[in-house]
Design a protein around this ligand. Structure first.
Ligand code: SF4
Length: 315
């Protein structure tokens, strides 16, 4: 698989672009995830023409549409930043990025809970950075996170799963549009979707079943929206256990009583959050290979992202 293109706040890559001439290098992003992604760095403050170093800035006014203002001399940079950001998102659309990792708390790049100061100078953590807001409005379905939230193992797993899924979907889009390609994609992703949202699994199943009745463009658009909506919902031990039990049903004839007992025990221990998801999934992969189960073999759920990222290793 070619590397996934991902937008990122430039300072997270270790570039000295911050207002004080420093950086915010994040080693997980550059070293571990960096093996699989090609970053497209974006520093709104430098790219809109501000120098390094520069006066620090903050948001102030209405949290819904705040102004970007320099902290000491009170220069309003909002219009300059908005003009630049609107041009930059057009470039990013051409770059085909599958996600964006923002720098937390930044008045330009923060995606949530950025401080916005009121007239009395009291901050409320209710804002969104000026560039981040324009990016998210332009690409509502593209996965976004910030480096702080990515320290949470569940959020990290969910985000990375989504960027890999979007990359696979973009590969389908790059081929000639056809109902067959879409049905094939859906078949491979069924259990992954089920692990996030049984409701979307049903709705998407119905959509694919009546694929012939819809114009191709509309079918693709509706499917893509549902896919990204579904994957945004968190998996839980309960949802994953249901998927694993569903998979076990495919081996009813083949598994020996001992194998059945062991698999049930492992799934139950995972459901009780005593062991991580990687354990039942590894055992399931073993039986898929041993009994050569063709439907399960093609399920992305069993290998949604590289094992080296260790995303299913948390309890
Ligand atoms: S937070 Fe955003 S604007 Fe600030 S230095 Fe990093 S990339 Fe540039």
């Amino acid at each position: 698989m070619e590397k996934i293109k991902l937008g990122i706040s430039t300072c997270l890559l270790g570039e000295n672009v911050r207002y004080d001439g420093g950086h915010k290098l994040d080693r997980f992003l550059t070293e571990t995830l960096g093996e699989y992604v090609a970053y497209v760095p974006v520093c709104p403050e430098v790219e809109c023409g501000l120098p390094i170093p520069r006066e620090s800035m903050h948001l102030e006014g209405d949290p819904e549409s705040p102004r970007l203002v320099t902290s000491r001399t009170k220069q309003d940079m909002t219009d300059r930043m908005v003009r630049w950001a609107k041009r930059r998102v057009v470039d990013l659309e051409r770059e085909d990025v599958c996600g964006f990792i923002f720098k937390s708390n930044s008045p330009s790049s923060g995606m949530e809970r950025v401080r916005v100061y009121d007239v009395k100078g009291v901050p409320a953590k209710k804002g969104v950075g000026i560039f981040a807001r324009i990016f998210m409005d332009q690409f509502p379905l593209i996965p976004v996170e910030d480096e702080g939230r990515l320290n949470d193992p569940e959020i990290r797993e969910n985000f990375i799963e989504r960027i890999f899924a979007l990359k696979r979907w973009r590969e389908i889009l790059a081929k000639k549009e056809s109902r067959g390609n879409l049905v094939d994609f859906h078949t491979r992703h069924k259990l992954l979707i089920l692990s996030h949202s049984p409701k979307h699994y049903q709705t998407m199943g119905k959509l694919v079943a009546k694929a012939k009745d819809l114009p191709l463009k509309e079918l693709y658009l509706r499917y893509q929206t549902l896919l990204m909506e579904a994957l945004q919902l968190k998996t839980t031990p309960k949802k994953n256990s249901n998927v694993l039990m569903h998979m076990m049903g495919y081996f009813r004839e083949e598994l020996s009583p001992d194998e059945k007992k062991e698999l049930l025990e492992v799934i139950e221990n995972y459901r009780r959050e005593v062991i991580p998801l990687v354990v039942p999934v590894t055992l399931m992969n073993h039986y898929v290979r041993k009994y050569d189960q063709p439907y399960l073999r093609q399920q992305v759920y069993l290998n949604p992202h590289p094992l080296e990222l260790q995303l299913r290793n948390h309890v």
